[in-house]
Design a protein around this ligand. Structure first.
Ligand SMILES: N=c1c2ncn([C@@H]3O[C@H](COP(=O)(O)OP(=O)(O)OP(=O)(O)O)[C@@H](O)[C@H]3O)c2ncn1[C@@H]1O[C@H](COP(=O)(O)O)[C@@H](O)[C@H]1O
Length: 106
């Protein structure tokens, strides 16, 4: 797993024991799942707007916010980000069109 994802995931798990007044992540956990999902939705929308705008730095910045809040959601659910990388690895080389076609035969 990438070094920064590993380090960040470690901090996100540590923040489960932190004071909400001194940590943004702890404040999200304290506010609960609906707040985490609200932030994730906002960041998704901001990423879409940045994508539409086409400004490279804004796309990078907003995607970082989106990935960060996705990692918060995973940590909140005790899901190791490695499992997402494993899922992408499992899909690697399988065309999305072929995967979709195989689903319609089920
Ligand atoms: N990578 C991040 C990171 N990316 C984005 N953010 C925060 O995510 C929030 C994004 O919300 P918005 O863009 O909507 O900004 P906002 O208007 O301030 O947010 P709201 O008031 O609407 O909640 C901002 O408060 C950002 O500072 C992050 N906060 C923390 N981290 C990492 O998480 C670690 C732990 O953070 P703390 O728990 O705060 O110590 C940090 O050391 C960083 O490594």
């Amino acid at each position: 797993m990438s070094d920064i994802i590993t380090k960040l995931n470690h901090v996100l798990n540590e923040r489960k024991h932190a004071d909400a007044d001194s940590s943004y992540v702890a404040s999200l956990y304290a506010a609960g799942i609906d707040k985490i999902l609200k932030k994730l939705g906002e960041e998704a929308v901001e990423t879409v707007i940045a994508g539409k705008g086409g400004v490279r730095d804004e796309i990078i910045y907003e995607t970082a916010d989106l990935w960060f809040h996705s990692l918060v959601l995973l940590a909140h659910n005790d899901i190791d980000p490695q499992l997402i990388l494993d899922e992408l690895d499992r899909r690697f080389g399988l065309s999305g069109l072929d995967e979709k076609a195989s689903r319609s035969k089920e």
